[in-house]
Design a protein around this ligand. Sequence first.
Ligand SMILES: Cc1cc2nc3c(=O)[nH]c(=O)nc-3n(C[C@H](O)[C@H](O)[C@H](O)COP(=O)(O)OP(=O)(O)OC[C@H]3O[C@@H](n4cnc5c(N)ncnc54)[C@H](O)[C@@H]3O)c2cc1C
Length: 227
Amino acid sequence: MKTLDMRVARRWPAAEGIEAFELLPARDDLALPAYDAGAHITVHLPNGLRRNYSLCGDPSRRDSYRIAVLKDISGRGGSRCMHERVQAGDILKISPPRNDFPLNDTDGHCVLLAGGVGVTPLLAMAYTLQARRVSFELHYFARTRSRAAFLDELSAPTLSEKIRLHCDDENTDPNARPLETVLAGLAPDVRAYACGPSGFLAFLGQAWQRQNRPADHFHFEAFAPQA
Ligand SMILES: Cc1cc2nc3c(=O)[nH]c(=O)nc-3n(C[C@H](O)[C@H](O)[C@H](O)COP(=O)(O)OP(=O)(O)OC[C@H]3O[C@@H](n4cnc5c(N)ncnc54)[C@H](O)[C@@H]3O)c2cc1C
């Protein structure tokens, strides 16, 4: 498969345990392929592994790609390699964007449901929905505020009124079920886009069914480990 050579323009902590990487074409004459919200790239890591990462910037920006990587210490070394070896100035090979999680069903109100680092494709979707003037809300479920990525961007005036952050450690009611409460408050015809850990997605899928919501209004992507 064709690959692109990208230069790591900068890296910075997007949250505790999550590093963001801005990638620019390694050569000035290389035009970056356009992508739509929900797309991911495959990074060819310096240790030989390949890992998929969702593009989490504003898709209307055509000059760079942005990814954010959660360090998974129980994994086989892909995310650890991104955190421990990849530095600003490095050249990384990537496969061009591919989209298995497109935002193509946006009639009416959309709800974006993010669990942890699963916010990455949903952040790109938030930018697209905002640009298309589609009504939406983004609920971001995180263990703590410090582990929630891109809070600076999400709290900027352009997005902040659409964003609700739900942190486990800020929940004072032991009987509260924030995910269920959010779902129960949604209009019957709402469209949902969800991304997060497998347990989060499984819970959402079951709650969606229990509430007799249309199955084709629920779209999700799981960050499944590479075979
Ligand atoms: C479309 C897509 C987009 C993604 N986007 C992002 C993103 O934006 N940010 C991000 O941080 N990650 C993203 N991921 C996940 C990412 O590709 C890597 O899986 C992640 O970085 C972990 O890589 P790793 O090598 O550290 O761990 P891996 O070796 O991939 O393991 C990940 C987890 O799965 C478990 N595991 C490993 N192998 C198996 C197996 N055979 N059976 C069951 N469990 C297993 C491990 O114990 C570990 O907890 C995405 C994945 C996909 C498919």
